[in-house]
Design a protein around this ligand. Structure first.
Ligand SMILES: Cc1cc2nc3c(=O)[nH]c(=O)nc-3n(C[C@H](O)[C@H](O)[C@H](O)COP(=O)(O)OP(=O)(O)OC[C@H]3O[C@@H](n4cnc5c(N)ncnc54)[C@H](O)[C@@H]3O)c2cc1C
Length: 579
């Protein structure tokens, strides 16, 4: 079942690969498209855009999500913006420069062909979304506005105040609803994929559980697309929505799909610091804030408990401006995160526990006025005040790095197909162009490029050879996989232990953060590899999962996800970067 990892990069010069590939890929004729069923798991920006576009092309699509509505996918949380090489600012941007910045931002590990394609398509995404009515910010004269994000010396980030993901998702959702009404897409909300079905070495279906009724179902298709997002919650504390998990991709892994760089985690430098033990979620303060905010800590550790206003200019260390003068406060995320950890490790961190650095708007307010800052970031300042009780117009924000985005994921080839034939993986769930898209405002770009533009061109290349090969959902492979799913659920409910799910998840997350987080070394990873199996064993002997399987049972939902995190964490600690 597992083929060789052949990325199938098309021949020819970089700038012509995508065009040539499309010209020579196999097609499915309009009359035949309705004969193909495609399963799309996920309705975030990647899955929603893919399902809508495939529906519009005439395929029959089944789209699944675990939320009560497609428009509640985690993509809705994205704040800052989406990159595109439009060069509206006339500041020297181009497709090549976006490609180059992304490759450089990814430490030259990325698959160049994919990244070049991503940069090319970035411009189509903006056109598509504007045509849908996405209300991107505009300049006074009506042109679309841009702001700067980390790792770039041009302004190429399109945004809708601090709600870019929400507005993009509304555009995508309306396209999806249009297809639902047209009958090409069937939506299955509150339905969780619990396993992948392989028939003759090809992905041909999934097993799902209704989160409302507990009903287990088999769904057969000609191809399966996973658009199930990131798994940052393996660390327990992250900026991700609480529901984000690894189950779909990990279950696919158990059926033969390979992960690439699973421990490749983006740690975002601009989050509200952890405030206590009972916290279950971290909050992102968008990177866009670093356009105007200046990052600093006291030069001397003795000053760290002083109120910031009492630390004079000459005693402050604007360490990003000092160390990286060409990017300053907009240094790439990984560099800014490491630098924050370094100054806190030196004992110069501020706030409770010394795990924080200041993000100070005093200069920008002096230069531009409070109203301009309010217009640009008002909702973010409100969020900050609600959580910390501090008014960031008056005192600097305190920020610290947190787990934010998973650059690892299931390996895919140029067509976005995993090593399992017929299993496609898009958006944050795949390995994100080999970790290339670690720069800010690139995840939305990648998810929408995958869903609106790439998959609809590459999926037919596979489907063209699959006419009439869709198995029945009563085939033995479906029955066997369904049996496995039921057995696992029964096992979880039968443990009847004493420890809460949260306590296992929290312990795992803390261990991973310490040993496989922002910095790691062999000794720590070996330690984690000893502790994780023990914790897993304890889980299966002592976890308490109440309720029944034939019901709305959130404890059971979460138990399955935590059980998968407990296995997946080991994979993260074992993994070596593949280049
Ligand atoms: C706070 C925050 C702010 C961000 N801001 C930005 C930004 O400004 N710019 C940027 O480019 N990126 C940003 N990102 C990253 C970006 O939002 C995500 O990478 C992107 O939205 C992921 O989209 P997706 O479609 O791949 O996954 P998601 O939006 O996470 O969607 C996953 C879908 O899969 C479904 N699903 C998952 N598992 C299952 C299962 N087993 N069965 C059924 N359904 C399942 C879910 O229900 C959901 O519909 C931000 C991330 C966070 C956390």
């Amino acid at each position: 079942m597992i083929g060789t990892l052949d990325p199938k990069i098309p021949p020819g010069p970089l700038a012509q690969k995508w065009r040539n590939h499309r010209d020579h890929s196999r097609l499915v004729s309009p009359n035949n498209r309705r004969k193909f069923e495609v399963i799309v798991v996920g309705s975030g920006l990647a899955g929603g855009s893919a399902a809508a576009t495939l529906g519009e092309l005439g395929y029959r699509v089944k789209c699944f999500c675990f939320q009560d509505s497609a428009r509640r996918a985690h993509s809705i949380a994205a704040q800052g913006g989406i990159n595109a090489a439009k060069n509206y600012q006339n500041d020297g941007d181009s497709v090549y420069r976006l490609f180059h910045d992304t490759i450089k931002g990814g430490d030259f590990r990325a698959r160049e062909a994919n990244v070049y394609r991503l940069a090319e398509i970035s411009n189509n995404i903006i056109d598509q979304c504007v045509a849908q009515g996405v209300p991107f910010a505009r300049e006074y004269g009506g042109l679309l506005a841009n702001r700067s994000f980390g790792g770039a010396q041009v302004s190429r980030t399109f945004y809708a105040r601090g709600q870019t993901g929400q507005q993009l998702l509304l555009g995508c959702y309306q396209a999806l609803c249009h297809q639902i009404a047209a009958g090409t897409v069937r939506m299955f909300p509150q339905t969780e994929m619990l396993d992948l079905v392989i028939v003759d070495g090809q992905a041909k279906g999934i097993i799902t559980r209704s989160l409302r009724t507990g009903k287990i179902d088999s769904h057969a298709a000609d191809a399966v697309v996973l658009a199930t997002g990131g798994y940052g919650n393996v660390f327990y504390l992250s900026t991700n929505a609480r529901g984000c998990n690894v189950t779909a991709t990990y279950r696919a892994y158990k059926r033969g799909a390979l992960f690439a760089n699973p421990s490749f985690t983006q740690i975002h430098p601009t989050c509200i610091p952890v405030s206590g033990e009972h916290q279950s979620k971290l909050t992102l303060m968008s990177e866009s804030l670093r356009n105007d905010g200046r990052v600093w800590v006291p030069k001397r550790k003795e000053d760290r408990d002083k109120p910031p206003g009492e630390i004079p200019e000459q005693d402050r260390d604007y360490y990003l401006e000092r160390k990286y003068p060409s990017y300053g406060n907009l240094a790439p995320r990984d560099i800014a995160s490491r630098a924050a950890k370094e100054v806190c490790d030196e004992g110069r961190g501020v706030g409770p526990g010394g795990r924080g650095v200041y993000l100070d708007f005093a200069d920008a307010i002096k230069r531009l006025g409070e109203n301009t800052i309010r217009e640009r970031y008002g909702n973010l300042f409100e969020v900050y005040e609600k959580i910390t009780g501090e008014n960031a117009y008056k005192v600097p924000m305190r920020i610290y790095p947190a787990v934010h985005y998973t650059m690892g994921g299931l390996w895919v080839d140029y067509d976005l197909m995993s090593n399992v034939q017929g299993l496609f993986v898009i958006g944050e769930a795949n390995f994100s162009d080999h970790g290339a898209n670690r720069l800010g405002a690139s995840a939305l770009m990648q998810g929408l490029a995958d869903g609106y533009f790439i998959l609809p061109n590459t999926l037919p290349n596979y489907l063209a050879s699959q006419m009439g090969k869709r198995p029945s959902p009563d085939a033995p492979e479906f029955r066997d996989t369904e049996k496995d799913v039921r057995a696992r659920i029964e096992k979880l409910l039968n443990v009847n232990g004493t420890r809460s799910l949260d306590s296992f998840h929290r312990e795992l997350g803390l261990l991973l953060w310490e040993k496989c987080g922002m910095s790691r070394h062999e000794k720590g990873l070996r330690e984690a590899l000893q502790k994780i199996p023990k914790l897993r064993e304890e889980f299966w002997h002592d976890v308490r999962v109440l309720g029944s399987e034939q019901d709305y049972n959130q404890a059971l939902e979460r138990a399955g996800r935590v059980a998968d995190f407990l296995e997946f964490a080991e994979l993260m600690c074992i993994s070596r970067p593949c280049i």
